[in-house]
Design a protein around this ligand. Structure first.
Ligand code: SAH
Length: 279
C-alpha cells in the first residue's frame, strides 16, 4: 500500500491542528504530523522543533516562531493561544507544532482550551514524548519487567520556575522505582536532595540525556549521589531528560546508538537472563 492510500485527513481552512513533532529526529514524526506539515498555511512552532522538520512545510506556508530563543523574552502563553484563534478566524489552516507530545508538559491542553472557548475546530496529533522516545535512543526502556512495573514522569520546573511544590517527594521516592524528569537540570541539586532524603540510595544509577534522538545526542551516566556534581562538571545544558532508577543499567546492553559507532554491548547487564532461561 502507498502512503497516499491511507486517506489521512484534509486540513480545512479555519481549523487548528495541535501536533507533536517528537523529540527531534524527523523520522519520529507521525504520519499525521507530516500530513499536517504538507497542508498547513501557517506553522506556529516552538524552540524544540528543529529546522529539518520545519523544512517539510509546503512552499507557501508561513512560519511563526513562538518560543524562547537567544535570550529574547518568550511570547506569553495567552498571546500564543490568542494568535492561534486569530489565524484560524482569518481562515488559515493553522498548524501548532510542539516538541515531543503537545499534551506532555507542553501546554497543549491550555491552548486547546482557548480554542474551545473561541469555538475554533481543532484536532490533536500526539507525538513521541522525550520521556519515552528520548530514553529509547539512549538505550533505556522506561519500563522493564526485571526492574520496574511503574514509572513516573515529572517536571523539575513549575510555572513559577521552582521545583513543583505539588510533588509529594517522600512518596515519590518510596513509590516510584523509575523517575523520568523533564526540565530538571536547573534544580537537579534540590531534586537529588529530596530523593536522598526520601530514602533513595546514593548508588542508584542516573542518566542525563541531552539532545536526545539528534546527531549530537549526549548521555551522561552517573549516580544519584554524584549526579548534581557530575552535571555541573560536564557543563551539560538543556534540553535534557533525567532518568533515575535501575532501568538505567540496561543501557550497557541496549545502547544501540552507541553500537552504531562501535560500542560493544553487554548481553546481561542485570545478571538476570540465565535465571530466566532456567525457568
Ligand atoms: N512536550 C515535550 C516536553 C516539553 S518540556 C515532550 O513531550 O517531549 C521541554 C523539556 O523536554 C526539555 O527541557 C527537556 O527536559 C525535554 N526534552 C524535549 N526534547 C528533548 C530532547 N530532544 N532531548 C532531551 N530532552 C528533551
Amino acid at each position: 500500500m502507498k502512503l497516499d492510500q491511507l486517506s489521512l485527513p484534509t486540513f480545512e481552512p479555519g481549523w487548528v491542528w495541535l501536533a507533536g513533532a517528537g523529540p527531534g529526529d524527523p523520522g519520529l514524526l507521525t504520519l499525521h504530523a507530516l500530513n499536517a506539515l504538507q497542508q498547513a498555511d501557517v506553522l506556529v512552532y516552538d524552540a524544540l522543533v528543529g529546522d529539518d522538520i520545519l523544512k517539510l512545510v509546503s512552499e507557501n506556508c508561513l512560519l511563526e516562531y513562538a518560543g524562547k530563543r537567544g535570550g529574547r523574552p518568550s511570547p506569553k502563553q495567552p498571546d500564543i493561544s490568542n494568535r492561534l484563534v486569530q489565524l484560524a478566524r482569518e481562515g488559515k489552516k493553522v498548524l501548532r507544532l510542539k516538541g515531543g507530545d503537545p499534551l506532555v508538559f507542553g501546554r497543549g491542553g491550555e491552548e486547546a482550551l482557548t480554542l474551545v472557548e473561541a469555538g475554533i475546530p481543532f484536532r490533536i496529533i500526539p507525538g513521541i514524548s522525550a520521556g519515552v522516545g528520548g530514553l529509547a535512543y539512549a538505550g533505556i526502556p522506561s519500563t522493564h519487567r526485571d526492574t520496574n512495573h511503574a514509572v513516573t514522569f515529572l517536571t523539575g520546573h513549575s510555572a513559577s520556575g521552582n521545583v513543583p511544590d505539588s510533588i509529594d517527594w517522600p512518596s515519590l521516592a518510596k513509590g516510584s522505582p523509575v523517575i523520568v524528569i523533564y526540565m530538571a537540570l536547573k534544580h537537579l541539586p534540590m531534586i537529588q536532595q529530596r530523593l536522598l532524603d526520601g530514602g533513595r540510595s546514593k548508588d542508584e544509577p542516573v542518566a542525563i540525556i541531552r539532545n536526545a534522538t539528534l546527531d549530537d545526542q549526549e548521555v551522561l551516566e552517573t549516580t544519584l549521589g554524584a549526579c548534581a556534581e557530575d552535571v555541573a562538571k560536564s557543563g551539560i545544558k538543556p534540553p535534557a531528560m533525567i532518568v533515575i532508577g535501575e532501568v538505567v543499567r540496561l543501557r550497557a546492553a541496549l545502547d544501540w546508538v552507541g553500537a552504531l559507532s562501535g560500542r560493544i554491548l553487554t548481553a546481561d547487564p542485570l545478571g538476570t537472563r540465565n535465571q530466566d532461561l532456567a525457568v
